[in-house]
Design a protein around this ligand. Sequence first.
Ligand code: 5AD
Ligand code: SF4
Length: 441
Amino acid sequence: MSTRKLYIETYGCQMNVVDSEVVAAILQQHNYQVTEELDEADLVLVNTCSIRDNAEQRVRARIREFGRLKEKSHSFSVGVIGCMAERLKEKLLEEENTVDLVVGPDSYRDLPALLQEVESGQKGINTLLSLEETYGDIRPVRMDRNHVTSFVAIMRGCNNFCSYCVVPGTRGRERSRDPETVVRECKELFEQGYREVTLLGQNVNSYRWKEGEQVLKFEKLLERVAKIHPLLRVRFATSHPKDMSDHLLKVIAKFPNLCQAIHLPLQSGSTSVLGRMKRRYTREQYMERIQAIRKFLPGATISTDIIAGFCGETEEEHQQTLSLMEWAGYDFAYMFKYSERPETFAAEKLNDDVPEEVKSRRLNEIIVLQSRLSLRSKERDLGQTYEVLEGPSKKSDAYLYGRTSQNKVVVFPKGTLKQGDYARVVIKDCTSATLKGNVVS
Ligand code: 5AD
Ligand code: SF4
């Protein structure tokens, strides 16, 4: 049988990036080869995200584009995988007639069998969630462009049930991956020339693996990965404020290759909103965690996620978000308008009552404030020297683009350096998004 070509497009979070690599690995063993050329694809997979309505609308538009392409040029099958597949199930087959295949995040091992059904002219669907599946034994086929940085999933699913969030519904219950397979994968990446891994989970702080009577927690796993090699940088995402321990911060302080960047989603600075969000911490408890980061990791950057205009949010509650942002002085933030998601607690029990224009205005205030904070954070680096790990510059051959341990992007003249090298760079200039500098010997 001749090799078939798989074209895969990934939306959403970093976990989806890894999942696409797992899917490529599963299909590679069944005679499929990844292609970057849509024109030659026999199978197009769209790995999807349901986190906000606009993410889903974008994917639907793209699916319809594939439909038109199918009519105009060559024939190929279209599969929807990931969170939208899980959320919408059969509905996707009914509503989007281009779609031949629907597979949820825990059913990727079933893809080869489902594709056989598709080839015989049927539609294929599997959206069963699992309590055990971690794809721990599968070596993902890397599809990154730079061969320097990679993501490694250490757990799947989520048990937090924040009231606004689809993830527990689309990715099922939380389960941790065998640490041996995590460490092995990171080691292999290092041997292949990768110099940075980001360990991924919806809530890495609740990672736990039982070995006989012993329980291995996230702190220990991180330490094991850090010990692979001093030249392997290690990042992780995401932490939940209610579970982020001092112990973790101390481990980070101990290993120079554990990156000095903590992503700690705030969502709202108001205790009453946090209550409605079911985040299980108060404004004060969150602030205490920021103080702990500052104490144990004085040089670390702190980034966050914020939702504007959640159910019932008053002007005063919104102001509390702004004041907390200012107090924390975030180095970076992802900022969103609340988007009601079907079947979540908020959709069923709370009122999405903040008018659209108020949501927009509040989001805008949050963005304007963060731009100021981001610029201030970059300006603090002027004149400082940082170790930067190289990736290629997207825009120019003469420049390299890398990141500091603090996860700030630095652009500088290439000289004789190449991808995967560490450079010492003195910072000369900045914008709110980027640092610019020169290499020092
Ligand atoms: N609406 C808006 N933003 C959301 N997020 C999660 N669910 C929603 C929603 N329904 C945001 C949170 C989360 C990030 C990944 O996406 O800030 O941390
Ligand atoms: Fe990732 Fe959440 Fe989007 Fe699923 S819904 S792809 S878990 S961001």
